[in-house]
Ligand binder design. Structure first.
Ligand SMILES: NC(=O)c1ccc[n+]([C@@H]2O[C@H](COP(=O)([O-])OP(=O)(O)OC[C@H]3O[C@@H](n4cnc5c(N)ncnc54)[C@H](OP(=O)(O)O)[C@@H]3O)[C@@H](O)[C@H]2O)c1
Length: 339
């Protein structure tokens, strides 16, 4: 256990893809909690695509952190000292304090966790930001009708795999898009998707036609990139699209070269009355209690499946984040354990 407070700060805004030298390991003294505050030690760190957006210099318009500040992100922590009657030493909490061993809080941004109900790590995955993102995007943005066909990209990722399962529970026909035969098999055999498209295979357009005999009624976009122009041709009249994210372009600093599909997309929106909406979870956090009330019993009862990959060592945080963008990521939720 660390006796000082290790932090990974942002050393520089990345030029395109993030690299290890964009982070700096610094050590400082452990902060002291004031009256009303708690001191906690982070034990599990969530690795998520939007952390690239926090670093700046990419395609996103999200607010960025300052150079010199600790990297942001959700963590699971244990309370070590409490001057707040709502928290006791040993309590497990979910925090947003990012890449540092220790932090203090007045408790307003902490969620208490019950390790006996569900594994603590689920508060970073199916019962954390990825699960909330999937649930909110599926239920609160458009009214996706049961019986229609929903396509979700990044379907084997943390958000996408939840979308697949929650959409099935809502009676939609679900088609997942993912890279590679192992992921597409997992989508169908384990998560219950009705069909899956391996976008890395040579026959992707044939697969799309086979998987979508009745077109697309609902579309949940996690990835962006070259699959979208192929899929958009299958939009039905009144199709509804929810933009959750476009991870494939987060490191881009220029527009992609090649065919300009924008006029064709506008034609589809115009003549097929396609409705496109987007959402951002930081603006809708007040819906988290409703999400937890619905999804916690599904996770506790084993009705939601999820994959996790643990990486040991605080010092592995930067390299683990880079794995999200270098093609080596298995699709399982990446969690770094402080060691
Ligand atoms: N709107 C919001 O508030 C909100 C909140 C949280 C997350 N999000 C977004 O939701 C999306 C999914 O997040 P997640 O946590 O599920 O991510 P994830 O677990 O890392 O999954 C993303 C998947 O995208 C696929 N992918 C395709 N092209 C990629 C590329 N160029 N680089 C990296 N991955 C690529 C990968 O699967 P394959 O190998 O199958 O291609 C990857 O497994 C992201 O766009 C994220 O930014 C939005």
């Amino acid at each position: 256990m660390s006796k000082s407070n290790r932090q990974f700060t942002l050393a520089a805004r990345p030029e395109g893809m993030a690299k290890l030298s964009d982070f700096k390991l610094v050590e400082s003294s452990i902060p002291s909690p004031k009256d009303g505050e708690v001191l906690f030690r982070n034990t599990l760190f969530s690795i998520d695509p939007y952390q690239r957006n926090l670093m700046g210099n990419g395609s996103s318009e999200w607010p960025t952190i300052n150079v010199g500040d600790p990297m942001g992100g959700p963590t699971i922590a244990t309370v070590e000292e409490s001057h707040n009657p709502d928290f006791a030493v040993g309590d497990n909490v979910q925090t947003w304090t990012g890449w540092q061993d220790y932090a203090v809080s007045d408790g307003s941004d902490l969620r208490k966790l019950d390790a006996n109900a569900v594994p603590l790590s689920t508060a970073l995955g199916p019962l954390g930001l990825p699960g909330f993102t999937a649930w909110y995007g599926l239920t609160k943005v458009h009214d996706f009708k049961p019986g229609g066909t929903l396509v979700v990209t990044g379907a084997a990722g943390s958000v996408g795999s939840m979308v697949v399962q929650l959409a099935k529970l809502r009676g939609l026909r679900v088609v997942g898009v993912a890279g590679g035969p192992e992921k597409t098999a997992w989508l169908i055999d384990e998560l219950g998707a009705d069909a899956a498209i391996d976008y890395k295979a040579h026959d992707v357009e044939e697969q799309v036609k086979r998987a979508l005999p009745n077109g697309i009624d609902a579309f949940f976009e996690n990835v962006g990139g070259p699959m979208f122009p192929i899929l958009m041709e299958h939009f039905n009249t009144d199709a509804k699209m929810t933009i959750c994210g476009t991870i494939s372009d987060y490191s881009d600093t220029e527009l992609p070269q090649g065919t300009n599909y924008l006029p064709r997309l506008i034609t589809l929106i115009h003549y097929r009355f396609v409705s496109i909406k987007a959402f951002a979870t930081p603006y809708v956090m007040d819906k988290i209690p409703e999400f937890l009330a619905e999804v916690t019993p599904l996770v506790a009862g084993g009705r939601i499946k999820y994959g996790e990959e643990f990486v040991d060592g605080f010092e592995k945080l930067p390299e683990t984040l880079l794995r999200l963008f270098d093609g080596s990521h298995s699709g399982k939720k990446l969690i770094v354990r402080a060691a």
